[in-house]
Design a protein around this ligand. Structure first.
Ligand SMILES: NC(=O)C1=CN([C@@H]2O[C@H](COP(=O)(O)OP(=O)(O)OC[C@H]3O[C@@H](n4cnc5c(N)ncnc54)[C@H](OP(=O)(O)O)[C@@H]3O)[C@@H](O)[C@H]2O)C=CC1
Ligand SMILES: CC(C)CCC[C@@H](C)[C@H]1CC[C@H]2C3=C(CC[C@]12C)[C@@]1(C)CCC(=O)C[C@@H]1CC3
Length: 335
């Protein structure tokens, strides 16, 4: 593993992987649809991962590819998800093999096994969701299968399944929560507030990716496998949210709403949005998927990563929450 290419390296997780690779002395190429930062140590390639001719120059002399590009998981664009996550990943695999790349680490998602029902200490051998709740999950499943099936004698692959990533420059968790808090929409707890979930600090996710890449050798057990990577410290969803919301200076959620009621409202809202789509595109924060995530248990075992690649989180939850909040002074409530 000498020169690495990070596809999606201009995004949240990708850029953290880039920073750690540089710190560890690797050569780094970045491929992304737009340039998001400048760094003299990095060769930045702007292009569309759906185009092999865009990818090939970025893969020259690269031995390891990290693929962590995706359209926003909170979008509902079926065509875009299929084009980028499925067909684009196929194109990446073809280009990588043509360019002589030896290893590919995919950022998958623990959500590939989640379909809105409780998951308690879920292991990697749970079946893929038979009814994925959104196009994001549907195409993450297709993508992961493609990548794991591509493992071969001279091209080694592995998939990392993080869950609920947060940290500096996170585009979803803290910004969405702060926006809702500012609009006075975080007064309510969905369900009894006792559902336990994983939230994972970005540096732990990076650590899991780099360990996987460093273990990806000919006789390694990690080849062709998926690995859950979490903080290994499940927390009540609403305790985590309370700490983020109050940490940003907003009042804690305090009124409970029945879970079934909010699910029903989200399903109705989704139906209304579908009808209105030709006239006006609306993207509600509360979809059946986000409501399910807020009201069910979903936490995962990382025993496999501990056993096969000696994984252990490097940043504990208390410190992670503090670092994340401190990194976002602009999201704080005005006083
Ligand atoms: N965030 C989370 O909680 C979790 C994320 N994951 C996975 O982690 C990975 C990284 O996610 P995250 O860092 O949060 O996402 P980001 O949106 O921050 O990063 C993804 C990057 O990919 C770019 N991209 C999108 N389409 C293309 C394309 N066609 N060609 C080239 N680049 C493209 C995006 O550009 P642009 O922004 O312009 O679209 C963006 O820079 C993804 O695979 C995601 O599925 C897994 C579990 C949880
Ligand atoms: C309920 C509100 C106070 C706060 C809303 C927060 C949500 C925006 C986030 C809570 C769980 C998050 C999550 C993801 C995106 C952001 C949340 C819905 C993912 C769907 C991102 C992509 C994945 O692979 C799985 C994540 C699960 C958790």
């Amino acid at each position: 593993m000498k020169t690495c290419l990070v596809i999606g390296g201009g995004g949240f997780l990708g850029r953290h992987i880039v920073e750690k690779l540089l710190e560890k002395g690797y050569g780094v190429h970045v491929f992304d649809i737009r340039r998001t930062f400048e760094d003299k140590q990095v060769e930045f390639f702007v292009g569309d991962l759906c185009k092999k001719e865009d990818l090939l120059p970025a893969m020259k002399d690269v031995d390891t590819v990290f693929h962590c590009a995706t359209p926003s998981p909170l979008s509902n664009n079926k065509q875009l998800f299929h084009a980028v996550n499925y067909h684009g990943t196929k194109t990446i695999l073809e280009a990588a093999q043509e360019a002589g790349v030896q290893r590919l680490v995919l950022t998958s998602s623990a959500s590939v096994v989640y379909e809105g029902k409780d998951i308690v200490n879920g292991k990697e051998d749970l079946p893929y969701a038979s009814k994925p709740m959104d196009y994001y999950t549907e195409t993450k499943i297709l993508q992961e299968k493609l990548v794991l099936d591509a493992d071969s004698e001279d091209f080694f692959t592995v998939a990392i399944r993080p869950h609920g990533i947060f940290g500096p420059r996170d585009p979803h968790m803290l910004p969405t929560t702060a926006r809702m808090a500012k609009a006075g929409k975080t007064k309510f707890i969905i369900g009894d507030g006792k559902n336990t979930v994983d939230f994972t600090y970005v540096e732990n996710v990076v650590h899991g990716h780099i360990l996987a890449a460093e273990h990806l050798e000919k006789d390694s057990v990690v080849r062709g496998k998926a690995y859950n990577i979490t903080n290994d410290d499940p927390i009540y969803f609403w305790e985590f949210m309370r700490r983020i919301i109050t940490g940003l200076g907003y009042p804690a959620p305090k009124y409970n709403l029945p879970y079934w009621l909010v699910v029903a409202l989200a399903v109705i809202l989704q139906f209304v949005c579908k009808i209105l789509k030709p006239i006006k595109e609306i993207r509600p924060t509360f979809t059946p998927m986000t409501v399910a995530l807020a009201g069910t248990h979903h936490f995962y075992s990382c025993e496999r990563a501990k056993n096969d690649m000696d994984y252990k989180p490097v940043v504990p939850m208390d410190k992670a929450i503090k670092l994340a909040i401190d990194s976002y002074p602009e999201l704080r409530a005005e006083t």
